[in-house]
Each structure stands twice: as C-alpha cells, then as structure tokens.
Design a protein around this ligand. Structure first.
Ligand SMILES: Cc1ncc(COP(=O)(O)O)c(C=O)c1O
Length: 397
C-alpha cells in the first residue's frame, strides 16, 4: 500500500488478545500503566522470559508505543522501531546499536545538526569512541576515509541541517556494507515521504518526531527504525537503557503522523515558492534549496528525491548582514514564528548562529558555510502569499 494509506492505518485497531470478541478501539488509546498482570502467573513468567509476546513492564514496551513503532516501521520499510524520549536520544540509541559488536569508531558527516556533532565530540569521544568527520557529499572522500579509518559506523543526515546538502545514501551504504560498517541516517528533514534510507541500504534510521512527524509543535520525541539485522539489538538496548517515549507523547505523535503526508506536500510546495521568490530579492545574497538546478548535489537530488518534493526548509543568506541586522529582520516578522524548531504546521524561522549551531565555534561555522547572515526557514501550511508578504515587509525596511 502507498505511504498515504499506511500513515492512517498502520499500527491501529489491535484486538485485545485477552478478550477475543470484545470491542476494538478505532484509534490506539493512551496506556499509562507501568506494569501489567495476567490471570495466570505462568503467562507472566513466559512474557517476562520473552518466550511469549505480551506486556509486562512499561520500560520494555507499552501498547501505545508499540502502535506508533509499528506505524513508523511500516513508513520506513524497516523491521522494528523504538520510540525514544527525544530525537537526540534516538540518534544516541541508533549509534549504540550500530556499534554493538563493531569497532568503536564513528565516521560522521561534517554537516550535522549541532547537537549531534556535540554528542560525538563531547560525550562519545571522552568515553573512548573515536570520531572523524568527512564531507558525505564527496563519495570519493567517504571511500578514502572508510578504508583508512575503518569505522564501525557512518552517520549522516538525508538533507543536512541547515545548508540542505544531500549525500548519496545508496552509494555510501554500499561502501559501508563492503567494510562491515553500519550506516545510520537521520531522516528528520526528509521524512519517509521523500526518502526511505533503509530501502537505499542504510541500517538504522533516526527521527526527531518533534518535527514533521508529530508536526504540531506540542511533542518532544524521537524514533529509531532498524533493518532486520539490527532489530533485535535495538530492542535489547532499550530493555536495559530505558529510552522510551511517554505514552501521551506517543499518542500525539501517532495522531500527527496520520496527516503528515498532506502537511508535508503542502509545506514542500510553500517552500519551493518561497525559495524562488527569495532568489529574485535584492536583499538576499544566496538561497539554499534542493530544487535549485545549480544545487551542488543536483545529480544526487534528481536520483533520490521524488520530483516536486524537495523539502519544507529553505535556508538563505541576508546580504551583508551581521548578527544585529539578522536579529532586527527577525523582530520585524509578524506572522512567521521565530522558534527553535521546524516541521510544525506554522512557519518557523531560526538563526543557526544563536540556536542549532550555537555550540560550534564561529570559525568552524564559517568553514561549514554558515555565515552571520544565514537563516533557516521551515515553511508551514499557511497560504504562501501571506508568508511571502511577511518576508517582504520584514526585508524592506
Ligand atoms: C536534523 C535533526 N536531528 C535531530 C534533532 C534533535 O531532535 P530533538 O530536539 O527532538 O532531540 C534535531 C533538532 O532540531 C534536528 O534538527
């Protein structure tokens, strides 16, 4: 079935195995119980011993989370998923899963969400996990690094934050397979509507569901989806690490996902219109958007992204702007929300230098291509004319 259908049906309407013939809720309810009992204690013994499926303790699994996990597993064409308390915890859990039984070396994309880079350098490095960085849009450089550094895993984003570079996941997956390294992909910006990394050969996919999947700015959460090879380890890591999302957030995320295809299509269309309008504006020095035929990764984009769906995020550089100019431009926006997130139904604008990439040294930021004038806009589902009018009045003065 197509992704639009899977998004509204997968995971829901599970009959209660304890009560055959009883009613079936059309949407999965919120189960808040921390533990579960059975009339026969022998059954509890079998469930605790994992000899029989069932629920026994909230940290191991929970029916609301299980429904969400089944839904995302279907959307990402995976074997199992694990809903986590944040996107960062999902990335951390994906890396732990990938490095089980592999050398503790990570080859990371040089362009990653700032907190992911910080996790690698400030938490994992001091624990003895060596990390090196590479431009994942340069396949030859990735090949050379894999053969010299011999990582246990490679981590990249489908569409990078905030400059929207796109690496060849399929080609990198092949290199990883040959080197017995796992490929972990953060698919937050693309969502499974645009790209399904596991179908391209990746092993683990992580999402911040805080963004497009939940979509309404009211959930903080993450999810990891694994291929068949990593599914058992992923679930086993959770049994002791206990990374689970709360059931209320799982419910909200599932509710959000039912409309994510409709929202994403509209958001991509709005972003595309805004990108071409910004491209002709005299106050704009540069627009980064994957639909641009002159995008540095245009060939990979044409191969991996569906025609007409290039993401909901547009990054642009204000001409000759320093921090104070950008802050003034942001203050003048009346409709677009200046929030530290993306993927909501309302449009959000973020200044990477003070938010997502605040912890990266200014010189390194410049080297990455993020200038003092770079801002990131995530289009919402509003009427695009209103969004353009808001940008226009804020850029005029
Ligand atoms: C690409 C990407 N990955 C991961 C995260 C982390 O997600 P969370 O804030 O849900 O922990 C973010 C947050 O902005 C992000 O943009």
């Amino acid at each position: 079935m197509k992704i639009e259908t899977r998004a509204v049906h997968a995971g829901d309407r599970k009959p209660d195995p304890q009560r055959p013939g009883a009613f079936i809720p059309v949407t999965t309810p919120i189960y808040t119980a921390a533990s579960y009992v059975y009339q026969e204690t022998e059954k509890l013994d079998r469930v605790l011993g994992q000899e029989e499926p069932g629920y026994c303790y909230g940290r191991y699994d929970n029916p609301t989370l299980a429904a969400l996990e089944e839904l995302v597993t279907e959307l990402e064409s995976g074997a199992a998923s694990l809903a986590c308390a944040s996107g960062m915890l999902a990335i951390q859990t994906a890396l732990i899963t990938a490095l089980t039984d592999r050398p503790k070396r990570i080859l990371a994309a040089s362009a990653l969400y700032g907190a992911t880079t910080s996790m690698l350098t400030k938490i994992l490095e001091p624990l003895g996990v060596e990390t090196q960085f590479v431009d994942v849009c340069d396949a030859a450089a990735v090949e050379a690094k894999i053969s010299s550094f011999r990582p246990g895993c490679v981590i990249m984003e489908t569409i990078s934050n905030p400059l929207l570079r796109v690496g060849a996941i399929d080609r990198i997956a092949e290199l990883c397979r040959d080197a017995n390294a796992a490929l972990v992909v953060d698919n937050t910006f693309a969502t499974p509507l645009l790209v399904r990394p596991l179908e391209l050969g990746a092993n683990l996919v992580a999402h911040s569901v805080t963004k497009f999947l939940a979509g309404h700015g009211d959930v903080l959460g993450g999810i990891v989806t694994a291929d068949a090879e990593h599914a058992t380890v992923l679930r086993a890591v959770n049994r002791t690490a206990g990374v689970g999302l709360g059931p209320f957030e799982a419910y909200l995320t599932m509710r959000g996902i039912k409309t994510f295809v409709l929202r994403m299509e509209r958001q991509c269309a709005n972003a595309c219109r805004i990108a071409s309008w910004l491209g002709g504006h005299p106050a704009i020095a540069r627009v980064h958007y994957p639909a641009d035929p002159n995008h540095p990764d245009a060939e990979i984009i044409a191969r991996l992204l569906p025609k007409g769906l290039y993401g909901a995020i547009v990054t642009f550089d204000l001409k000759d702007a320093r921090k104070a100019d950008v802050l003034r431009f942001m203050d003048r926006l009346k409709l677009i929300v200046k929030g530290t997130s993306l993927g909501d139904v309302h449009s959000l604008l973020l200044y990477p230098a003070i938010a997502s990439h605040r912890d990266i040294a200014p010189k390194q930021r410049e080297r990455m291509g993020i200038t003092d004038g770079t801002v990131r806009l995530c289009a919402g589902i509003e009427a695009v004319e209103d969004l353009i009018a808001d940008l226009d009045q804020a850029l005029k003065t």
